[in-house]
Design a protein around this ligand. Structure first.
Ligand SMILES: N[C@@H](CCC(=O)N[C@@H](CS)C(=O)NCC(=O)O)C(=O)O
Length: 219
C-alpha cells in the first residue's frame, strides 16, 4: 500500500479502552472496512491530539474524503449506510419496530458505559473532592442498566439465542460487550463477577470473535 492509499483510508482516533471507540472499531472490523487507528489518549497525549482534535473528544472518525465525524452513534449511523451500499446485512435493522427495539437495548448498553466512564472520572479527581454519594448513584445506575441487559439476555438464552436478539448479532451486542470490556479492564473491582452470567457468556463469545480480537483493550 502506498502513502497516498494510506491517506485515503478511514482513520479512527482514540484508545480502544474507550467503549465508544471500541464499538466503532469492532463494527468496522465486522463490516470489513479497513481503518488506520490513531492511538492517542485524550488525557495523556493532549499535545499530539490538539492539532487533530481540539475538542479532545473521542472517538473521532475521519472519512477517506477528509470529513470528520464526532459521536459514536453518528459514526455507527454512517457505517450502517456504508454497509447498506455494500449489500451487507445491517447490525441495526433499517426500519420499523425491530429498529426501535435494537436501539433501545443499545441505549441500555450506552447508559451502562456512560455511568462507568463517569465513575472513572470521579475516581481520577483528588480524593478529598470525590463524592461517595455521587459514586454510589453512578454505580447503581450502571448496575441497573446491566441488570436490564442481563434479563434480556436470559430471555434470549431461554429460546436458545446466542445474542440479545436471539440468533441475530446486532449493535446491541457489540455495544454491550464493549461496555463490559471497559468495566472489567479499567475498574475490575466494579464488575460483580457471577451476577450477570448470561452477559458474561455473551462477552466471552464475542471477545473471542475476530472483530473483537483485532481491537485489544490495551492497544
Ligand atoms: N457520546 C460520546 C461519548 C464519548 C466519550 O465520552 N469519550 C470519552 C472517552 S471514553 C472522551 O472523549 N473523554 C474526554 C472528554 O469528555 O473530555 C460518544 O458516544 O462518542
Amino acid at each position: 500500500m502506498t502513502d497516498a492509499d494510506n491517506d485515503r483510508q478511514h482513520q479512527l482516533l482514540g484508545l480502544f479502552d474507550s467503549p465508544f471507540v471500541r464499538r466503532v472499531a469492532v463494527t468496522m472490523n465486522h463490516y470489513g472496512i479497513p481503518f488506520k487507528h490513531v492511538s492517542l489518549s485524550v488525557f495523556r497525549h493532549m499535545d499530539a491530539m490538539r492539532p487533530l482534535n481540539p475538542l479532545f473528544k473521542v472517538p473521532m472518525l475521519t472519512l477517506p474524503n477528509g470529513e470528520t465525524l464526532y459521536e459514536s452513534a453518528y459514526q455507527l449511523d454512517y457505517l450502517e449506510e456504508l454497509a447498506a451500499d455494500r449489500g451487507l446485512s445491517p447490525l441495526i435493522p433499517r426500519s420499523g419496530p425491530e429498529r426501535r427495539q435494537v436501539q433501545q437495548v443499545m441505549a441500555l448498553a450506552i447508559i451502562a458505559a456512560e455511568k462507568s466512564v463517569a465513575m472513572q472520572y470521579e475516581r481520577n479527581r483528588p480524593l478529598e473532592l470525590q463524592s461517595p454519594d455521587w459514586s454510589r448513584r453512578l454505580r447503581s445506575q450502571m448496575r441497573q442498566a446491566f441488570s436490564m441487559l442481563e434479563e434480556r439476555m436470559e430471555g434470549s438464552e431461554r429460546t436458545t439465542g446466542n445474542f440479545l436478539f436471539r440468533d441475530r448479532l446486532t449493535q446491541a451486542d457489540i455495544t454491550t460487550v464493549a461496555g463490559i470490556g471497559f468495566v472489567r479492564y479499567i475498574q475490575p473491582d466494579e464488575w460483580p463477577t457471577g451476577e450477570y452470567p448470561a452477559l458474561e457468556s455473551l462477552a466471552a463469545r464475542l471477545e473471542a470473535s475476530e472483530a473483537f480480537r483485532k481491537v485489544p483493550l490495551d492497544e
